[in-house]
Design a protein around this ligand. Sequence first.
Ligand SMILES: Cc1cc2nc3c(=O)[nH]c(=O)nc-3n(C[C@H](O)[C@H](O)[C@H](O)COP(=O)(O)OP(=O)(O)OC[C@H]3O[C@@H](n4cnc5c(N)ncnc54)[C@H](O)[C@@H]3O)c2cc1C
Length: 478
Amino acid sequence: MDPNRDLVTQLVNADPGLPRPNPTQSYWQHVPHALANAQSATLPTERDYVIIGSGITGLSVAKNLLERHPTATVSVLEARTLCSGATGRNGGQMAANVGEEYSYLADTHGPEMAGKIVSFTFRNLEKMHDFIREYDAVEASEMQKLHKLRAFLTEDTFLDFKKSIARLESDHPSWKGFYKILEKDDIIKDHGIHGAAGGCLLPAGTVWPYRLVTKVFAALMAKYPDRLTIETSTPVTAVEHESSSVFPYTVRTPRGPVTTRNVVYCTNGHTGHLIPKLRGRIHPFKGTMTVQDPQTEVPNRGETTSWGFHYPINYDPATKESGHGLYYLGQSVKTGYFYLGGENARIEHVVTADDSFVTKNSVKHLQSVLPKFFGSATPEWNLVSAWSGIMGFSSDGVPVIGQLSESLTGRAGQGEWIAAAFNGYGMANCLLSGEALVSMILKDRESDWLPGAYTLSEKRLRETLTAPESIKALTAKL
Ligand SMILES: Cc1cc2nc3c(=O)[nH]c(=O)nc-3n(C[C@H](O)[C@H](O)[C@H](O)COP(=O)(O)OP(=O)(O)OC[C@H]3O[C@@H](n4cnc5c(N)ncnc54)[C@H](O)[C@@H]3O)c2cc1C
């Protein structure tokens, strides 16, 4: 009996429940949008599409359905306030992890598919910049197009990274030179970052996701007042199916039922609550974020640089806390504040869907590491804000996009769809995943750029998207 394994097994298979009604306050949401509590006077019914979840994925699905279907009626049902899930509580990084993950992706999905995943994520990031411009949200969302400096804090992590990039460049020569490798001395001299064994620079960006998503929802509400409704404080508690009806699905909420032709789950780490057969295959993963004020100690580089700090995953048997291997960091051009996230906590505080508290040790840890990266003698900078948020992780490290089969839902009918489990990299995946899902729903367009590994095949459900694979991956960290 391995107690860690037993605990992980219990955690990944647990019902994540509904989004908690009393989440921690995210700095991004400290000025709520006018639509934060939007809802119709009476819950509408007989909808063509009900989308569950109002994060960036729900937004992308809603936008594509409304734009590409001339008459579709759409209701977005959200348990809490608008955009109050991971999208409203993340790190604001528009960056991809596919370089350092390439070896894993190639081993798991094959080199050809791994190359497709790399292309997809960078295409999605480009699309994010276009999308922000299209909705005139550059200023509101404080979007920056910049370079991300990935710093590797040990020789081994740097070596693994270089091997991964070498393999990417050898399998797919068009990516040659995209990642600019930096040696230790360059990182201190040119970038003022201390303690790295080496690193790289790659194109990336930063954004205020809450402001972006709420602004676009407002634009959609203005453009489609007769076809779109947003229903916040409307948790979906169950979905039922009645084959003989024109609107065969009944979506249950405390405000009453909504009947619909299709249900689209954009429920991220909470998906397993409504689709129990996906528990364990997709599990919640709680992240911690801080905003820290360096005052005048370091220059403001928010316009040119964001940062990621990679270290070996570690476990302390005395405290039972794990360091999950990454800190991610951006800086506000306006205030100079640093936005730093990372996980250093007991496994039961990480594999959980409870964002109603922050783990104090994680926050202390994030405060203690940041000044050191910039060579500051100050032990801690001022803590402006700290909060937590729930990501959705899949056992095979890639999103889950497609039609839900009867074997997963336990219901007859062809009208249940999903886009979830972005493994902490939603800004590099959600927008195009939503677009591709709508292509599947409407069958109106090819989206052959969507990596096949993201879709819901029976083979994937049998082999890689399984609870035992999640348990294996998490237990390896303990
Ligand atoms: C702390 C943290 C830091 C992160 N940092 C980054 C980063 O820097 N860069 C990056 O790319 N990604 C980051 N991510 C991940 C990224 O935020 C997500 O991948 C992305 O936002 C997922 O978007 P989504 O719309 O799929 O899910 P969400 O934004 O989580 O939206 C899902 C919504 O569904 C609602 N919901 C769930 N169940 C129900 C139900 N039964 N009824 C009604 N509503 C329901 C939830 O309330 C929620 O609002 C981070 C995530 C966290 C938590």
